[in-house]
Design a protein around this ligand. Sequence first.
Ligand SMILES: *Cc1c(COP(=O)(O)O)cnc(C)c1O
Length: 393
Amino acid sequence: MRSLDEFATAKLGELEGSSLRRALVDTTRVTGIWLLRDGRRLLSFSCNDYLNLTHHPAVQNAAVEALQVYGVGAGASRLVTGNHPLLGELELRLARLKGAQASCVFGSGYLANLGIIPALVGPGDLILIDDLSHACLWAGARLSRAAVVPFRHADVGHVGALLAELRGRHQRALIATDGVFSMDGDIAPLHGLAALAHRHDTWLMSDDAHGLGVVGGGRGSNFVQAVPADVPLQMGTLSKALGSYGGYVCASAAVVELIRNRARTAVYSTALPPAMAAAALAALDVIEREPGYAALPLAKARAFARRAGLPEPASPIVPVVLGEAGTALDASRMLADEGFLVVAIRPPTVPAGTARLRLTFTAQHPDDEIERLAELVRSHVLSAATTCATPVQ
Ligand SMILES: *Cc1c(COP(=O)(O)O)cnc(C)c1O
């Protein structure tokens, strides 16, 4: 269709004009930290494989064994024939780690958020969402057809004011937030949000994709403080620190049972492959057995930030906000010439004017390379940046 191609070409032209066109780049990961791209071997600071478990022998072997015995795909949704016993075993382990009664796994974290939120709230209900929340939390919220009202990032006072104003007009209400914010690395004020949620009979949901395995002793963002925050809906992914693939939510037994019945992305989508569940189980073994190992990504992020002259990070994610998309792309290219893969993050993934380098630190990053990277960022990136060179707080 000519109009279709013309539409696509015009759209791409617009994106190109504002440095926002993206391209897929063939990338072959060869270890947990090294990869091949454009004929170069680069040390990656852009993978979310915080514990490098994608390449851990025990995790790989668990997946291979499950593949050979149970096959590659699950063959059907869980309610039909896809409910392999490994899924239930994984759910018990996730619930135990998160201090919840039960959990439900999904095909991915994105699918989890698309399924969970519409299963719990709908037209006539209210969702308050942190305005820097991940795209799939927004997508799930919008899909529910509840009233979606954003609140200023991590601003508990704003949430309180919105609840005081709006709560009475809605039947059910949900507060949705990232636990660890994916592009800024800061941690949500979960205790403050939990207190408000209790006061206003509102349900609190955290998306802890970047918390599980790496903060709070490996248990995630609501375990960072001595007393855990009361978060009745703890969602997350198996695809980051666990090095596998899939998503989950931990909640009470009743809520999980409802989600199993009503979350459309669980009911009408093929079940998580057994091998991914086997890999996630092996990854949980590593995290629970080796807390010192799980603490490494954050320790390395902090060492980097000290050396580069950046504020102390709360998670293994360190943003270097540069402003314009072109500035971030130039910095990324310079670092690639030095052997580092640090992908530039641009709008719409982050708000306009806050394009950035986003660095993720992982357990196996060599300390001397971290030092060299910190020096480059301090002397070549931060010094050249004309706009705010500090994380959005
Ligand atoms: C990556 C991510 C997701 C999506 O998880 P997938 O398993 O990759 O689909 C959801 N929320 C946040 C905050 C994320 O960073």
